[in-house]
Write a protein that binds this ligand. Sequence first.
Ligand code: ZN
Length: 260
Amino acid sequence: MAPGPERCSYLAENVGLLMDEVTTNIQGTARGRSEAPIRARILQAIFERRLPPGEKLTEDRLAELFGVSRTVVRQALSRLAQDGIVEHLPNRGAFVAAPSRADARHVLEARAVVEPEIAGAAACRCDAHALSRLRRHVETEDSARAGGDRGALVRLTGEFHVVLAESAGNPVFVRLLTELQALSSLSILLYARGEHSACPPDEHHRIVAAIERGDAEGAQQLMREHIAHVAAEMDLSEPVERPTGLAQALGIKPRAPRHR
Ligand SMILES: [Zn+2]
């Protein structure tokens, strides 16, 4: 899909729905004809770990729960699939995406290239409105961290990087970051070493401060370090192959069974 206003408003639309509608009216808001509230509810459930990576998303059941047609559910799932949140498997249906460790490493490699550039561009181009949005966003992250709300924190710290891309004023950056961030957040849910978000506390504040000073080089460097810290917070080494049976686990070569 070509970058455009619809894609660029993705985050704002979801944040707005999550903050204003979904959280204030759990039972009622998702019932309706639009796919957007359904998509927002599914996103929230995923990042708050009520729908884990790999979980099946059954169209019929979702249509029944939300009181909408399967067509509307299909539209919601299809938008989530475009953003890398949902995977469609042939003859099996839709599932919450479950990035492998290799997927997560590839995403972090791409972020390490793109995001310092985004931070530098934001320091050059960010206007007062975008800056106050960034500041408000990091304050919301602080509240989630202080309240121990890990699901909200994973979602909000991920969204920070998309808000930053939006403040750089380049829709291609926004499109890239929307996809990279979705996969990153799912990877954090699967592979983070600690109990918190992979974005270390205070680093978003420091990046925003550099942008506020118009310090492009400083913002780039801070972002470079930040992505390295995010990677260090995740266990992305391939798991050691486990023994496939008792004999192998004990290091004993099995003998042919005796027959009496
Ligand atoms: Zn971060």
